[in-house]
Design a protein. Structure first.
Length: 404
């Protein structure tokens, strides 16, 4: 990366999970990707870093990574080699994905001690996510205390939800005292994808209604009216809604009482069951859709049932959001499963032809890595595959914030 001018046009984006850190450096002059990578299995055996350079090169390091501090130090070393490390004058900011922003944060925020303390207070409602986000922020700050750190919240896009969509029908005083309401997550992705979908239709986001289906490891649906979120499937925590890799999504809350009273499970055990041992994994032993599809093709009964429950839930949300929006211009599939799995897309809209929602089998099956329509040309509602780019969205928001 020699020959580029040394000015602060780059943003380092960190998506710190409990056992992994995904990162990218984006040069906002392009925008173009200056570097990207992943440290996985932090605190476990077999930890490794995979670093990709702008010219398509790859460097892999297999080494012990006991915690986030060591992970970020490794990342900093690799980025230094490419001239875009945390001390480089080319960096304008670090943008952090923060999953839970609670009721306070509806916009990206420059991180100070107060913002950090609030993210910490939200750990109980995002136990799988906020602790990793915090570790990433603290370590990045210590590596270069002078570099602006910006938090971009998964919940921010959903703060436009009306009260009737955000409220649970429970005792109002209890709800308010404990800030219990539906917050929604993956908002950075829902915002990016709904906007891109409008672009694909050649229309302004303010004119179109879109149902976005973000189907990754975590999965959520949103109803977006004229660029604003009016409902989404995740709630107080990222457990509500669609069936996910390891999370149940919607269940009768009385299942929790039953597991406690009848099965004798503790709250912690039930939490682990619903968040980490349920969903696709709990139903068939696999949470990777590629593996599940392979098993379905072989006639595996458990994989078939898990698949059917997964796509049936998606279909129910499409129907619900059709009712919420009144008129739907497009249904957009995104994230790992949504972008790559034609069988899921086909099954999720099967039977909705009467509502104007259907896919063209050939377009749906055709591989591709850019935003594209997969519905028949004369369809009333467009169905689209729209790759998400949460990192680009985070970098864009962080860069805009530090540049006033
Ligand atoms: N080619 C593919 N076909 C089907 N599923 C895929 C494919 N590639 C990735 N996936 C699915 O995407 C999931 C991960 O999605 P991703 O959006 O990367 O999740 P996250 O960001 O939550 O880790 C994997 O669990 C896998 O099931
Ligand atoms: C909020 C959430 O579920 O995030 P992820 O998909 O990264 O687990
Ligand atoms: Mg993701």
């Amino acid at each position: 990366m020699t020959g580029l001018p040394a000015r602060a046009s780059c943003v380092l984006v960190l998506n710190s999970g409990s056992s992994s850190v995904k990162y990218q450096v984006l040069d906002m002059d392009g925008p173009s990707r200056a570097a990207a990578g992943l440290v996985e299995r932090i605190g476990e055996r077999g930890a490794r870093l995979v670093h990709r350079t702008a010219d398509g090169g790859e460097r892999v390091r297999e080494t012990s990574v006991p915690g986030h501090e060591e992970a970020l130090r490794l990342i900093a070393e690799e980025l230094d080699t490419d001239g875009v490390g945390p001390a480089s004058p080319r960096l304008a900011a670090v943008g952090h994905r923060v999953v839970h922003g609670g009721p306070v944060f509806s916009e990206p925020r420059l991180i100070d001690d107060e913002v950090l303390a609030e993210i910490e207070r939200l750990v109980p409602v995002a136990p799988l996510h906020n602790p990793g986000n915090l570790a990433g922020i603290r370590t990045a700050r210590s590596l270069n205390p002078d570099l602006p750190q910006v938090a971009v919240f998964d919940t921010a896009f959903h703060t436009t939800m009306p009260e009737h969509a955000a409220r649970y029908a429970i005792d109002m005083r209890t709800a308010d005292e404990h800030r219990i309401r539906r917050y929604g997550f993956h908002g950075t992705s829902h915002a990016f994808v709904s906007r891109r979908t409008a672009g694909l239709l050649g229309r302004d986001p303010s004119e179109v209604n879109v149902i976005v289906l973000h189907l990754g490891n975590g999965a959520s649906a949103s109803a977006v009216a004229g660029g604003r979120c009016v409902d989404t499937s995740m709630g107080l925590t990222p457990l509500e809604g669609l069936v996910m890799g390891t999370r149940s999504g919607d269940i009768d809350p009385a299942v929790v009482f039953h597991l406690s009273r009848v099965a004798g499970m503790s709250v912690g055990e039930i939490d682990t069951l619903l968040n980490q041992r349920s969903g696709l994994l709990g139903m068939c032993g696999d949470n990777d859709m590629r593996e599940i599809r392979r098993r379905v093709e072989e006639g595996d009964w458990a994989a078939r049932l898990a698949f059917d429950v997964y796509v049936y839930r998606i279909k129910k949300y499409i129907g619900a959001y059709l009712a919420v929006l009144g008129r739907v211009d497009a249904v957009a599939f995104t994230a790992g499963v949504g972008e790559n799995n034609p069988a899921v897309r086909e099954a999720a809209v099967a039977g909705l032809e009467g509502l104007g929602i259907t896919v063209d089998p050939e377009l749906n099956a055709a591989p591709g890595d850019s935003a594209r329509l997969i519905s028949p040309q004369d369809a009333a509602t467009a169905v689209a595959v729209v790759p998400t780019d949460e990192e680009l969205e985070i970098a864009t928001q962080a860069f805009a914030l530090v540049n006033g």
